[in-house]
Design a binder for this molecule. Sequence first.
Ligand code: PXG
Length: 291
Amino acid sequence: MKIFLDGRFVDEADAKISVFDHGLLYGDGVFEGIRVYDGRIFRLVEHLQRLFASAKAIMLKVPMTQEELLKACCAACRMNSIHDGYIRLVVTRGVGNLGLNPFHCPKATVFIIADKIALYPEKVYRKGIELITASTQRVNPAALSPAIKSLNYLNNIMAKIEAIHAGTIEAIMLNAQGNVAECTGDNIFVVRGGRIETPPVSDGALIGITRGVVFELGAKLNLPVSEAHLTRYDLMTSEECFITGSAAEIVPVSTVDCRPIGAGKPGPVTKQLMAEFHKLTRSEGTSIATK
Ligand code: PXG
């Protein structure tokens, strides 16, 4: 595998980062996880815009333009013959010294991995996923905006550990008020009373690219989609529930803390959104042939 690292492609074995990189020392950096379908990179420009917004918010200067990064993502796919897969784009603060001060890091580190994707098991798309509520809270939005897709994922990982110990693969995270924020690596939606609802950023949700696609599909299909404060009770008593993410796409939820959602199997709205999402991923995107 060839990895894009600081402006050039290197062999996987040579794709190494300094122990003085602040991405490693402090989780000081930002990233994107992007999907490739049928030789096209899905919503690449939106991912790059979010990356630059995250970088701006943490005062990190990305040492490449958006256009250069776009071309590098395409090249990473071509180099590794990735027609269907996953791109991990990471920008760290770069090499500095053993102090927090980010301004002692002269240049940000940029790397891009284009690889095959390890998907959720096929069964969860047919039967739905079982979710538990983690006791680990999402980071307080007043402390760190959940809109920043940063390299700080420790509390999400703690919640993921809870999910795995409970015998499932994804967990619901609440905020300090006890409202639903999102899952460890996915946004969450409910369907109730003919509406589709998802928590706002102010409750701790990332502005997911897939979440945005659900808003677009809702408008197209005449299904009203809006942000709403959601509690565990709202999830448990919803007609349908689903989670979204670039890796996950749209996954129906079968149970929340052992309570079956709706009929305990994927509902009609979720199924329709999954089908439309699938069509969209096969009909648009930035061609990896872009030089
Ligand atoms: N919330 C969080 C906390 C995320 O990390 C999403 C929501 C979904 O956003 P997008 O833009 O992808 O629709 C994410 C992103 C993985 C993995 O390997 C997934 C994410 C991040 C890191 C790793 O499954 N999801």
